[in-house]
Design a protein around this ligand. Structure first.
Ligand SMILES: [Zn+2]
Length: 470
């Protein structure tokens, strides 16, 4: 019997993300690194610990008072529960303590329903409803629901995991935001940090700030989590934002896919990618949103836009200063690895585009006038005739401007296919523009010409930059 009970109190990881975050939060509360390491005693101590936190609110009149943290959070997490009943104002602290204790206690085994836990299939201890199961953790209505019963049968470790979920989340702005991944090794430290922060916030005096909220702060927290993680990331990273409150029922799940999460991590672990990161971030910024917050946002929403923004930023610099910015070189390792590892371009194709860019760099760099470079930019912009431009330049290349040692053909058939006859042609052309800028910087080329000629280049770059930014 003792064994059976022990087994009932073993926290297991299920297929439910909120339960998983909560299970790791319980582990963190018990100061062990994985839910598997929770002994029955440690599990019970962690649950008691959570109950104690709630009991502190019994002596508190209002959520904003010292010690009112969990009362304040309860309206968003557990509306209409025993911590915040309508009659709360008229209850004595003892009555409040009694209700909270009742809510969180393990039901007597004799009263357990004859139903398996909806998450882990061990015997459930009770039927639970919306109070204990936030929106995001609901399961489909199951046939096992007996007549006259409302809700979902859960075992005690699974419902305790749901109670622990808010510890593993950030509770700000009336919402709970948690980071989840199917990579347990990543989820463990991320949840541990969240628990540490939640416990600190619960201790801190309630602050009412009217400060402007930071744009994409939750996405930014995910970016920081993946960049500071010290191992390879093996699964995508989800951002779960929810509210269970009566005023707002919300569940939003966004995923940062594994390749970009792992690539972002490489911008801290690899020295050749670290130096360009600052420029990559600067390139993402807008007037109201910081570069890193926008980078985080795009990593979820539109990874291709990160590269488009970077090219646009560089072209904006060309257009503002009439020179190709030296930062292009530092960005090169980031750009090429991003194309291959995140945008899934073929390594051989990227190498071909770099070789083509070297030829174009040689062709354009022979001339210190800005005109030819401007012509190339214009040909790449929307409505430009890049193919026509190549035709004209190919003749030049063959007849006179080809440097020694370079092939006779400027645009071989394979390269033609990449730029004009491929479903990713547009991405290849953008990469080509980047690679040509890199080749020109490497060659030390800077345009010299009349103000008018330079302005012409600026205009061409600006029109392309605007287009990229859209
Ligand atoms: Zn269960």
């Amino acid at each position: 019997m003792a064994d059976a009970l022990n087994q009932h109190n073993q926290v297991r990881l299920t297929a439910n993300p909120l339960q998983r975050v909560g299970a790791f939060a319980l582990a963190a509360l018990a100061r062990v690194s994985h839910p598997d390491q929770l002994t029955t005693d440690a599990f019970e101590a962690a649950v008691d610990n959570m109950t104690r936190h709630l009991l502190i609110t019994a002596d508190v009149a209002k959520a904003a008072d010292p010690g009112g943290f969990w009362l304040g959070a309860s309206y968003m997490l557990w509306p209409n529960s025993k911590i915040n009943p309508t009659a709360r104002g008229k209850q004595s602290p003892d009555q409040r303590r009694g209700l909270i204790g009742e809510w969180r206690a393990l039901p007597e085994p004799a009263a357990w329903p004859d139903a398996p836990c909806a998450y882990c299939e061990r015997p459930a201890c009770k039927w639970f409803g919306k109070v204990d199961i936030p929106l995001g953790a609901s399961v489909e209505h199951r046939n096992t629901t007996a007549p006259g019963h409302e809700g979902t049968p859960l075992c005690y470790p699974c419902v305790a995991s749901l109670w622990a979920f808010p510890y593993g989340a950030s509770l700000t702005g009336g919402r709970a935001a948690a980071i989840h991944s199917w990579d347990d090794a990543f989820l463990a430290p991320v949840t541990r940090l969240a628990v540490k922060r939640t416990l600190a916030n619960a201790q801190a005096p309630a602050v009412k700030t009217k400060a402007q909220p930071t744009w994409y702060a939750r996405e930014l927290a995910v970016l920081e989590a993946v960049r500071s993680y010290d191992q390879r990331i093996h699964a995508g990273v989800e951002l779960i934002v929810l509210s269970n409150s009566n005023k707002e029922q919300l569940l939003r799940v966004q995923e940062m896919e594994q390749p970009i999460a792992q690539w972002l991590r490489s911008t801290t672990t690899r020295s050749d990618r670290r130096s360009g990161y600052r420029v990559l971030v600067a390139a993402q910024a807008s007037k109201s949103v910081s570069g890193e917050a926008f980078l985080a946002r795009r990593a979820f929403e539109d990874p291709a836009a990160i590269m488009h923004r970077t090219t646009a930023y560089l072209l904006g610099r060309v257009s503002a200063g009439g020179v190709v910015p030296a930062e292009v070189s530092g960005l090169a390792p980031l750009t090429y690895s991003y194309c291959i590892e995140v945008l899934n371009m073929d390594e051989k194709d990227v190498a071909r585009i770099k070789d083509l860019a070297a030829r174009l760099g040689a062709l354009l760099g022979q001339d210190s006038r800005p005109g030819p470079f401007g012509g190339f930019m214009r040909a790449n912009a929307k409505g430009g005739d890049l193919y026509g431009w190549f035709r004209t330049q190919s003749v030049q290349w063959l007849l006179k401007t080809r440097p020694a040692g370079m092939p006779r053909t400027l645009l071989p058939v394979e390269d033609y296919r990449l730029l004009f006859d491929d479903e990713r042609a547009w991405s290849h052309r953008r990469l080509l523009v980047f690679a040509v800028m890199e080749a020109l910087v490497e060659a030390g080329w800077q345009p010299k010409g009349s103000a008018e000629e330079l302005e012409d280049v600026s205009d061409a770059a600006a029109s392309f930059a605007d287009e990229e930014a859209n």
